[in-house]
Design a protein around this ligand. Structure first.
Ligand code: UD1
Length: 418
């Protein structure tokens, strides 16, 4: 397994371009199943999760041609409508193939998903609403087995604005008979990006960027040539890194509006951040403690909670963060404490006493965003921090080691032979 060795403390300085958003790319890859016509996606990020979705599509018979970072898909000859356990177990987002399979082939079999160990993460909202659209669903031997005579457009008020469920249902609805209305839909920019991708294929969707999506089913979708949005979570991670280390950093290649809430909170706490159309410029800043709670978009994103715990470690005084989306998303905390951080967990709230002296120790990644927090913390830690199991970070951060090296971080990737 690979590990990172980081010599700190070090400033994260320079210019970085973020990759295209993993969380937009994954459902869009599932959406490729909706059309028999060629689809091209530009600048697809090289990530473990993207590779897993690629394998799922290939197992189903999708032909994928890769030229540089541009991928072209031919889903005209689907030979299987099953997403097997060996692939699905590593990535929860695989469940997103169920909507497209039901919509185009009237059947689909998907292993119950795995993914990050950050909570139980059920898929009840996906399944109950697909049933309302006319799917017969059985859970058998660890698989969701679904079929339908034809999905029908219905009214779907969601009891929680689940990102994955909104995406799955939107994809199911684009080829269904009649109009589907998804109420209390997730507002995350990645959901809108999927909607825009589907619209570019001829889907009839209105209400994008609002909580009510109206989708009128069409007979078939055509091909498209599409470029995914920049990764706001990667951008937020680099912004934290610059602020923590006192760096001067230009973060490019994303829409700062997607981080409005985060940037406003940071600015209110003293962060010097200049905001452009597709970049932010972070300057060395003296910050006050922060108090934050995770919420669905446009609130503070759970996917930046871990990185913000790391940022709060560097700010003098007491900061508070509360995790409301996932019940087990503080696995970075014991690892950060190993470096000397003073963090107390009270239920779903972490109380962080800033500026405790940090000293290098071996630490271990437990999930994707937790590992980003550990990498940032290592940049503020005295000595050589060894971070094990970085395969977690490789799931969602493209060439993170190279990007950090380019920003002046003495980081080495080593295989420990295990
Ligand atoms: C997506 C993101 C993930 C992010 C999360 C919340 C992708 C690939 N992943 O995950 O990075 O952290 O949004 O912004 O886009 N829930 C249910 N039943 C369901 C579905 C969800 O109870 O059927 C619960 C989950 O257990 C969780 C919460 O709702 O507690 C949020 O889940 P959801 O919004 O669905 O997140 P994901 O789509 O899994």
């Amino acid at each position: 397994m690979d590990k990172f060795i980081i010599q700190g403390p070090v400033k994260i300085n320079g210019t970085v371009e973020v990759s295209k958003a993993k969380n937009a790319c994954l459902p869009i890859l599932a959406g490729v199943l909706l059309s028999a016509k060629p689809i091209t996606l530009r600048k697809v990020p090289k990530l473990r999760d993207i590779n897993t979705m690629k394998k799922i599509l290939e197992v189903m018979g999708v032909k994928i041609t890769i030229e540089g970072d541009d991928w072209t898909f031919d889903a005209s000859n689907i030979t299987s409508t099953e997403a097997p356990y060996e692939l699905v177990k590593t990535m929860r987002a695989s469940i997103c193939v169920l909507g497209p399979l039901l919509a185009r082939f009237n059947k689909g079999k998907v292993s119950l998903p795995g993914g990050c160990a950050i909570g139980t993460r059920p898929i009840d909202i996906h399944l109950a609403n697909l049933e309302k659209m006319g799917a017969n669903i059985k859970i058998e031997a660890g698989y969701v087995n679904a079929d339908t005579s034809k999905l029908k457009g219905v009214h779907l008020p969601l009891n929680f604005p689940s990102v994955g469920a909104t995406e799955n249902l939107m994809m199911a609805a684009v080829l269904a008979e009649g109009e589907t209305v998804i109420e209390n839909a997730a507002l995350e920019p990645e959901v809108s990006d999927l909607a825009n991708f589907l619209i570019s294929m001829g889907a009839k969707i209105t209400g994008v960027d609002t909580q009510t999506l109206h989708i009128t089913g069409v007979k078939e979708l055509h091909g498209t040539d599409y470029t995914i949005i920049g990764d706001r979570i990667e951008a937020g991670t680099f912004i934290c890194g610059a602020l923590m280390t006192g760096g001067d950093l230009l973060v490019k290649g994303f829409n700062p509006k997607h981080l409005d809430f985060v940037i406003d909170k940071l600015k209110a706490a003293g962060a010097q951040i200049e905001v452009g159309k597709d970049f932010v410029h972070v300057k060395p800043s003296k910050m006050k403690p922060l108090k934050l709670e995770t919420h669905p978009y446009p609130g503070f994103p759970t996917d930046l909670q871990a990185q913000f715990v790391a940022l709060m470690m560097t700010i003098e005084g007491y900061s508070l963060i509360t995790e409301n989306i996932f019940e087990n998303r503080y696995m970075h905390v014991p690892e950060l404490i190993r470096l000397g951080a003073q963090i107390e967990l009270k239920g779903s709230t972490a109380i962080i006493t800033g500026q405790a002296p940090l000293k290098a120790a071996p630490i271990m990644c437990t999930d994707l965003r937790a590992s980003a927090a550990l990498v940032l913390a290592a940049c503020c830690t005295e000595g050589k921090t060894e971070i094990q199991r970085v395969y977690h970070i490789d799931r969602g951060y493209e060439r993170i080691d190279q990007k950090l090296v380019d920003l002046g971080v003495p980081l080495e990737r080593r295989n420990d032979g295990n």
